[in-house]
Design a protein around this ligand. Structure first.
Ligand SMILES: Nc1ncnc2c1ncn2[C@@H]1O[C@H](COP(=O)(O)OP(=O)(O)OP(=O)(O)O)[C@@H](O)[C@H]1O
Ligand SMILES: [Mg+2]
Length: 284
């Protein structure tokens, strides 16, 4: 189980990406985090495993306070939290098998990891996991030969081979077509149920969240503004979540404009970047 208490992240730029987020995810539930671009969804997932260092609050994995760990203990905790990325994050020139085995690197000595000296048990487990995600027979394909859906399956296999206690998933379908998105969501659901682990998943397609999640959390401006079942996510709730996508200044300005009944001017220059989504560099 993951428990997050009052998590806060203020970037060096002064951007307050998380402003006191608390939640619990356990059992084999699928929790979808929805919210507009810039709401803090990716920051939230990355702060849970501390790829991004939170500036306040705490994260617990079962009885372990992840935010208090360092060194090898943190490394161990990270292995317990399988991370699945939006852009797959595969090593392009390596094979499917090598990419999946790279999920095992955290368990090996530095020297063995450097030599990619995997043992027979790892290899047979990788085959099992690849069969499970529907990639049996593709072990020796290079990652850059695969379709988007197949690449995401490699990403899932690489996370699952660690036998994680939770899956953290950041926008797994945003680079995929609708049909492939459904296959990937089905696969994640199957893993949650079969392995009996929770899945915390950032997703911006509200329809997919409603269809697959047991619970939905709406994030806006770094705060939880909705939490409920898919049935409870009505138009008003969506409005609250997505209207929060405007900056506070924009909302205040809009309210002021309404109050003054000014109308007329659509000019807006808030100086904010349009898209600050971070792309992870690929090894090529
Ligand atoms: N590395 C960074 N340095 C500074 N600010 C950042 C960084 N990463 C994100 N931010 C800021 O933090 C806020 C939340 O960004 P984040 O990427 O977590 O949002 P998101 O909900 O995942 O958005 P998207 O739907 O576009 O992926 C944004 O205002 C963004 O500008
Ligand atoms: Mg994001």
């Amino acid at each position: 189980m993951i428990r997050v208490e009052d998590l806060e992240k203020v970037y060096d730029s002064g951007d307050r990406a998380l402003d006191g987020v608390s939640m619990e995810v356990g059992g084999n539930e699928i929790v979808a985090i929805i919210g507009p671009s810039g709401a803090g969804k990716s920051t939230f997932i990355r702060c849970i495993n501390r790829l991004t260092e939170p500036t306040g609050g705490s994260v617990w994995l079962d009885e372990t306070e992840v935010t208090a760990l360092g060194g090898s203990e943190l490394k161990q905790a990270r292995r317990d939290m399988g991370l699945i990325h939006q852009e797959f994050n595969l090593i392009e020139r390596l094979t499917v098998m090598e990419n999946v085995l790279s999920g095992r690197l955290g368990y090996m000595s530095a020297w063995r990891a450097f030599r990619r000296d995997f043992d027979a048990e790892d290899i047979s487990r990788a085959r099992e996991v690849l069969d499970r995600v529907g990639l049996g027979g593709h072990e020796n394909n290079r990652a850059d030969e695969l379709s988007g859906g197949q690449r995401q399956r490699v990403g899932i296999a690489r996370a699952v081979i660690q036998r994680p206690k939770i899956l953290l998933v950041d926008e797994p379908t945003s680079a995929l077509d609708p049909e492939t998105s459904i296959e990937v969501m089905d696969l994640l659901t199957e893993i949650a149920r079969e392995d009996d682990i929770p899945v915390l998943i950032n997703i911006h397609e509200v329809d997919l969240a409603v269809e697959y999640a047991d619970r939905i959390v709406g994030l806006s401006d770094g705060r939880v503004v909705f939490e409920g079942t898919p049935e409870e996510l009505d138009e008003q709730a969506k409005d609250t979540i997505y209207r929060g996508g405007e900056s506070r200044e924009e909302r205040d300005a809009a309210a002021e404009a309404r109050d003054a009944n000014a109308g007329g001017s659509d000019d807006r220059d808030d100086g904010l970047p349009e898209d600050v989504t971070q792309r992870t560099a690929r090894e090529g």
